[in-house]
Design a protein around this ligand. Structure first.
Ligand SMILES: [Cu+2]
Length: 115
């Protein structure tokens, strides 16, 4: 009985890292990117399968730009959404997702269009 409890505790400790939150591995545009032209789309690549729940685009940190088209699924770990033509200036993308372990995760990607 006691040995069983010890085994459960050890297994819990060993499987801990596998249950951590999903992470954004990379994005396009990259956070901090300075682009010469409006990007055609935004792409988010995660380390594992997630459920993207929100993707919002803001221009100059003020006006939200409506993204009418739904996010396309490229593969299990990648979400892509077409973007409208954006004016020069600072842009921000807020994203939210449900991690593979069921926890909510989210982040911000900032990029600039123009000099
Ligand atoms: Cu988690």
């Amino acid at each position: 009985m006691k040995l069983g409890l010890v085994i459960v505790a050890v297994l819990t400790a060993l499987t801990g890292p596998a249950l951590s939150h999903s992470e954004l591995r990379r994005s396009s545009p990259m956070n901090g990117a300075i682009l010469s032209a409006s990007p055609a789309s935004v792409e988010l690549v995660f380390n594992e399968k997630v459920q993207l729940t929100a993707l919002r685009l803001f221009h100059e940190d003020k006006a939200e730009i409506r993204l009418d088209r739904p996010a396309g699924i490229v593969d299990a770990t990648t979400a892509m959404r077409a973007l409208p033509a954006l004016e020069a200036g600072a842009c921000r993308i807020d994203w939210r997702a449900i991690s593979a372990d069921g926890h909510p995760v989210g982040g911000v990607i900032r990029f600039r269009i123009g000099p």
